[in-house]
Design a protein around this ligand. Structure first.
Ligand code: G3P
Length: 226
């Protein structure tokens, strides 16, 4: 499974990209709104220079014509830009029309398998089930991923990727992979949490302490002319 970063924060993207683990980035209007004063086009172009993979840029129109116009504009910024449209009838129409022009789309705000299937049939490059928000409704986000994976698996004509979004913690990443997601888009905090284990920290401290003790012993031995 591939890891994308779910942020519009350039420092976070630079840091995670330096670890060599990133295959793409997803942004949305709420994430952009957190980056006060940042220009959308500059941000997307900068991200495309930092990460060699799909970069999702979300439309804010509510009608298909507006989404298509925005999609054409964003796609011209960089070949890796993917147009994020909502899972609505207008969104499906935009996916279909942009697809005919060779522009790839990420259908977002997916909360049931019907939405995912229809997005795939309209020609979506990826679908984004929001597993955290599904869990928030006392439903099962992982079951949604499993259903979508099973449906896509049994139709050889569907090549749409499943991108697990609204990831809230490191277990979501692992469980998404096991449930059949191709990609998980993670907040930076979740990536850092996923890397952390107290036994790694404790093990490192003990290795370093043993190494220092060994050097001290060797210095004493050398000083005594042994
Ligand atoms: O990619 C969509 C994701 O950012 C939504 O996450 O945590 O706002 O539900 P969240």
């Amino acid at each position: 499974m591939k890891i994308y970063l779910d942020t519009a924060n350039l420092d976070e993207i630079r840091e995670a990209a330096s670890w060599g683990i990133l295959s793409g980035v997803t942004t949305n209007p709420s994430l952009m709104a957190k980056e006060t004063g940042a220009d959308f086009e500059d941000t997307i172009r900068t991200i495309a220079g930092l990460v060699d993979g799909p970069i999702s840029a979300e439309t804010v129109s509510e009608d298909a014509d507006g989404m298509v116009a925005e999609g054409r504009e964003y796609a011209a910024w960089h070949p890796n830009v993917i147009i994020k449209v909502p899972s609505t009838p207008a969104g499906l129409q935009a996916v279909h029309r942009l697809g005919q022009e060779g522009i790839r789309c990420n259908v977002t705000l997916i909360f049931n398998a019907n939405q995912a299937l229809m997005a795939a049939l309209a020609g979506a490059f990826v679908v984004s089930p929001f597993i955290g928000r599904v869990d928030d409704m006392s439903e099962d986000g992982m079951e949604l991923i499993r259903e979508i994976a099973a449906i896509f698996e049994q139709d050889p004509d569907i090549h749409t990727r499943i991108l697990a979004a609204s990831i809230r913690h490191p277990r979501h990443v692992i469980e998404s992979a096991l449930a059949g997601a191709h990609i998980a888009t993670c907040p930076f905090k979740v990536l850092r949490q996923g890397m952390k284990h107290p036994l790694t920290d404790r093990g490192m401290a003990s290795f370093l302490a043993d190494w220092k003790a060994r050097e001290a012993t060797m210095a004493v031995t050398a000083g005594a002319g042994v």
